[in-house]
Design a protein around this ligand. Structure first.
Ligand code: ZN
Ligand code: ZN
Length: 73
């Protein structure tokens, strides 16, 4: 097993994907329209599913809220 190599390749691909998704979203949060602290959210909750239709841009506060709604503690 070489987890290190896999995560490196995954990381490179993922950072490029994130940039493209943010650019496609116009650099704004899909929920509040904020332009700061943007992150990419996986709509189906599967962090390995990097299909573009599964990805949306959320700012950090919105992102946290979305996940809190998914997993109420
Ligand atoms: Zn937001
Ligand atoms: Zn998320």
């Amino acid at each position: 097993m070489s987890n290190k190599t896999m995560s490196m390749r995954y990381g490179m691909h993922w950072s490029r994907t994130k940039k493209a998704v943010k650019r496609a979203a116009g650099g704004r949060c899909a929920r509040c329209g904020g332009q700061y602290l943007l992150t990419v959210h996986h709509i189906d909750g599967n962090r390995r599913n990097h299909v573009r239709s599964n990805l949306t841009v959320l700012c950090e506060p919105c992102h946290r809220e979305v996940h809190e709604m998914e997993n109420p503690t």
